[in-house]
Ligand binder design. Structure first.
Ligand code: GCB
Length: 661
């Protein structure tokens, strides 16, 4: 149960934090299983998405439902329920103040488990993500608890289901953030017109949307099944020969007890479905496949055929050759390498042209929305971006698969944002969030870097030992990708950069500093990037820059909040980036933000953060057209790609831009 609930119930002070002087490196729990649910000849997948029943607890009595065992019967028998879509944030669905509810809410729904599932199978219940903390019951029995949003979790429910009959699933979700959650927040009790009330606050700049954010699935596996598949890939120097190295774990006893010698047959198919490599594993269920004339995975615009994916078919066999389980996944063959000046993919230097983003939309909040996801990828490609950072938490698995398919590189960020008051409990959860993230995303070719935090307070006491431990864990889990963090602390005070491979910095010249002064951007950006590079001798990325912009507001000469101002701010940065690119170690530019997004209420935010290049409804502001020209110009200069036909508007013969060669 969330710590704050206990504090609440026992009448202790709600504000909980501890300051540990010495941070100890404790083991984090290891994730298991959680392969993305996919059908195969041995597996069935059933979606539980739809309209669920929903109840909010009284803010002053958040544990009432647990004490009164609301999970023991239909929720509607304890409280009047309202309909609630899954997946979606619950906050913006109703017309009352559910938006600002703090504490627990409850969901339930019924489903049938077919009779056929009773025989020789295992059944798993999997959540793509629930924010922030989830407690799950099936038919009144406790199934699983998971803390930290934006990450999947699952549990076996074989023994809890009524087969050929109706079942009930109940979820309690708690959105409270305190000083030991990731991210951190505070709960305070404040006087209001009716007495006292509970208020949630946080320093990070996006709305703390909550609920069942991603799909809920039931899926079956055989009794003995493929539990994990880990892929790494290699390329020969000339990029002609490829290697896919796999390692498989199974769960369950072998078919007969004496039979411990299971094996895996791995087959690799190209895009046309042609078998290009196959092999049999060793006793450890590991092996490698050699691919001649390989099609490497390339980022968008770096190659005429970006995002090339093979399909790997993994078949688990008993020693008598019986087929036990089949799982298929997409594989991109690529290599990454980095030095103190460059970042390379398949031996070619990469320059990132990207965005910081949010999972955020009208009505559904942070709920998975396929229409929005496809639209966003269309816009990313229209604008010529080749990368984005999953600021400030892991994005949906579906979007990671899409990034693989479309050749969009991902800087994969864990949910730590604005970390402060470093303490042992926070460290444990922060490390666990990275462990879960890497476990989930390690096989995606699109993931090219781990971001271990956004804007941690890295001048604070303990920041050095804290980030050393976080970086060490990340490296121990994955040596194939570099580590970064988006830092806003001035380089003079920063204590975390030395543990990173790539320095990313966030800075808002002409916005938060020297507001409105377009003449105070270029030099400052150059000076700061140079200082970071000198200080740490590592490649540098500008991970955030931008300006809030109200769509349709036009002011000439440029004035803050106008479309002219955003465009000018970008152009002044582009100039700095071009000076920096010549230095050899400046490897990328990420605009803040892809689209406007919702934040907590504040007098600095008009309906949310408006630094989007696109509106919240995903329409371009003036800056989008400028950015598009820049990103395609960079792609042409660096990656030899050609301009889209509609990049420049015809003006007159003299104004016509040089023909696309
Ligand atoms: C930042 C944060 C981001 C904010 C942005 C802003 O530095 O990383 O979460 O939204 O600034 O617009 O203030």
């Amino acid at each position: 149960m969330a710590l704050w609930l206990f504090s609440f119930v026992s009448g202790l002070v709600l504000l909980h934090f501890s300051i540990a002087l010495i941070l100890i490196n404790k083991e984090v729990p290891q994730s298991r299983g959680m392969l993305y649910p996919r059908e195969s000849e041995t597996r069935e997948v059933r979606s539980l998405d739809g309209i669920w029943n929903f109840v909010r607890s009284d803010q002053t009595n958040p544990t009432q439902g647990v004490r009164e065992e609301w999970y023991g019967k239909d929720l509607s028998r304890s409280r009047p329920t309202i309909p609630m879509p899954v997946p979606a944030s619950y906050n913006d669905i109703t017309t009352d103040n559910l938006r600002d509810h703090v504490g627990t809410v409850w969901y339930d729904r019924k489903f049938f488990a077919p009779r056929s599932w009773a025989v020789d199978q295992r059944v798993w219940l999997r959540f793509g993500s629930v924010h922030y903390e989830a407690y799950v019951w099936v038919n009144g029995q406790k199934v699983v608890k998971h803390e930290i949003g934006h990450l999947p979790f699952e549990a076996e429910v074989t023994h809890l289901l009524n087969y050929g009959a109706e079942n009930r699933i109940t979820v309690m979700c708690d959105n409270a953030l305190i000083q030991t959650t990731v991210p951190q927040g505070r709960i305070t009790e404040l006087p209001n017109d009716d007495g006292m009330t509970i208020v949630q606050s946080y320093t990070f700049d996006f709305f703390n949307y909550a609920g069942i954010h991603r799909s809920v699935h039931l899926y079956t596996t055989p009794k003995t099944f493929i539990e994990e598949v880990v892929i790494t890939t290699n390329l020969s120097k000339d990029n002609v020969g490829g290697e896919v190295i796999y390692s498989v774990k199974f769960n369950g006893s072998a078919v007969n007890e004496a039979d411990n010698s299971l094996y895996v047959r791995a087959q690799l198919y190209d895009r046309e479905g042609k078998l290009v490599a196959n092999g049999t594993s060793d006793e450890e269920l590991c092996g490698s496949l050699q691919v001649d004339n390989v099609n490497p995975w390339w980022p968008y615009l770096m190659h005429p055929e970006p995002g090339y994916l093979y399909q790997l078919e993994v078949k688990l066999h008993a020693s008598n050759d019986d087929l036990l389980d089949v799982y298929r996944l997409k594989v991109g063959v690529r290599t990454l390498s980095w030095s103190n000046a460059t970042f390379q993919i398949n031996g070619r230097p990469v320059y990132f042209r990207g965005f910081g983003r949010h999972e955020d939309a009208d009505v559904r909040g942070k709920g998975l929305d396929n229409a929005l996801m496809v639209r966003d990828f269309n816009l990313l490609k229209w604008i010529g971006a080749n990368a984005y950072r999953t600021s400030h938490y892991p994005y949906s698995e579906e979007s990671m698969q899409f990034a693989d398919e479309h050749g969009i590189m991902i800087v994969d960020e864990c949910p730590s944002v604005d970390a402060e008051n470093y303490n042992q409990e926070l460290l444990g959860k922060h490390k666990s969030s990275l462990e879960q993230l890497i476990h989930r995303d390690r096989n995606h070719p699109s993931v090219v870097m781990w971001s271990i935090a956004n804007e941690p307070r890295t001048r604070e006491m303990n920041a050095d030992s804290y980030f050393q431990l976080v970086a060490n864990l990340t490296r121990s889990l994955d040596k194939t990708r570099p580590i970064t963090a988006a830092i806003a602390t001035p380089w003079t005070d920063d204590k975390a950069g030395r543990f990173l491979d790539i320095i990313s910095f966030n800075r808002y010249n002409a916005w938060y500093s020297n507001t409105g002064r377009l003449d105070m951007v270029t030099k400052k950006v150059v000076e700061e990037a140079v200082a970071w590079n000198k200080h740490y001798n590592k490649p540098v990325i500008m991970a955030e820059y931008g300006a809030d912009t109200l769509e349709g507001l036009h002011l000439q000469p440029a004035y803050v909040w106008s479309e002219e101002f955003q465009t000018e701010v970008f152009a002044r940065h582009f100039k700095a980036f071009d000076i920096l690119r010549k230095k050899g170690w400046f490897i990328g530019e990420f605009v803040w933000n892809f689209a406007d997004f919702k934040t907590a209420q504040s007098y600095t935010r008009v309906g949310g953060n408006k630094k989007g290049v696109f509106t919240r409804a995903r329409q371009p502001k003036a800056s989008a057209h400028l950015l598009r020209k820049r990103y395609f110009a960079l792609a042409r200069e660096l990656d030899d790609s050609s301009f889209p036909e509609d990049l420049f508007t015809y003006i007159a013969d003299m104004g016509k831009v040089e023909e696309n060669t």
